[in-house]
Design a protein around this ligand. Structure first.
Ligand SMILES: C[S@@+](CC[C@H](N)C(=O)[O-])C[C@H]1O[C@@H](n2cnc3c(N)ncnc32)[C@H](O)[C@@H]1O
Length: 286
């Protein structure tokens, strides 16, 4: 570890930083190293000041003693939640041009007279990813939707971002780059003091369930899922955690199901179990 962060009102010792790194790793799987020290400092001093504590040592003591609520607050501060609507557009193009036509052609009616499709956005952050999936589905299948039983599960460890996802309210600038047609069909502009915000249309939120889920813990879902999005989250984990997760995603996918990773992510040693069918798009063999 490098020397202590100096010249700051609150002191972060190497010992406290090590405790924080270990605590984050045990709680979330996120690996922090020395180059994240400034980030940790910035994010946690805010909490330390809010709580009127004097030092990181006091805060570490609080983390050791306090229960789940304190831990939740801490995790929310540590996670990086960067996301956007239609981030990595090529995944949504693949859904539109390849996967949805394939599902439409091959899915058979279930006992309820509908065709079942299950999609999991497994690190959904503030919800832009699951809403982009829902828009893509509705755009492709709109007139057919009544004969489909489609559900999108959106999960994240961070309770703050889930609250934003559930609210479905975003600043208008978040949707500035999407087409006028999509804006018109799926978003409602606020008025008065809310004029800078938009709310997603009910036909999107009706398809999505937001739930808190730590990817490291047990998963209550039984699947099978047709498509799993696991984008821009495994980069924060070490190789053994990544490999363990891939095995669990594999088990939960239907044969022929898709796993989408983020732009800088790959399956590593798990590559042999999937077919690579597009840029960071992997199919479980039939
Ligand atoms: C950078 S965002 C990615 C959002 C979205 N998938 C995308 O690609 O735009 C990473 C998300 O992973 C979540 N995360 C980190 N560790 C997690 C864990 N152990 N279990 C579930 N979610 C986790 C964070 O809270 C954060 O919202």
């Amino acid at each position: 570890m490098t020397q202590n962060v100096r010249d700051k009102a609150v002191r972060l010792t190497n010992e406290d930083f090590k405790f924080i790194c270990d605590f984050v790793y045990q709680s979330t799987g996120i690996v922090l190293n020395d180059n994240k020290r400034e980030m940790v400092y910035r994010r946690l001093t805010r909490i330390i000041r809010e709580k009127k504590l004097n030092s990181f040592s006091d805060y570490c003591q609080l983390l050791r003693q306090q229960g789940e609520q304190e831990k939740d607050y801490f995790i929310n501060a540590i996670t990086t939640n960067l996301t956007s609507f239609f981030r990595e557009q090529h995944h949504f193009d693949y859904l539109t041009n390849e996967e949805l036509p394939k599902l439409m052609a091959t899915k058979v009616m279930e006992a309820n007279g509908k065709k079942r499709v299950r999609i999991w956005s497994s690190a959904s952050s503030t919800g832009e990813e699951p809403y982009s999936i829902a828009i893509t589905l509705l755009e492709k299948m709109h007139t057919l939707m009544s004969s489909w039983d489609v559900k999108i599960l959106a999960t994240d460890i961070d309770s703050n971002v889930l609250a934003t996802g559930k609210s479905g309210i975003y600043e208008y600038r978040r949707i500035e780059n999407i087409s006028e047609k999509l804006k018109r069909n799926y978003f409602h502009r606020g008025c008065g003091k809310n004029e800078k915000n938009v709310r997603v249309d009910k036909k999107l939120s009706d398809l999505i369930t937001f739930k808190q889920l730590n990817l490291l813990h047990e998963w209550p879902m039984t699947g099978p899922f047709d498509i799993i999005f696991c984008r821009n989250v495994i980069i924060y984990f070490d190789k053994p955690t990544q490999q363990g997760l891939f095995a669990r995603y594999y088990d939960l996918l239907a044969p022929g199901g898709l796993l989408m990773l983020g732009h800088s992510e790959n399956l590593g040693a798990f590559t042999q179990h999937f077919d690579n069918v597009g840029r960071t798009i992997f199919r479980k063999p039939l």
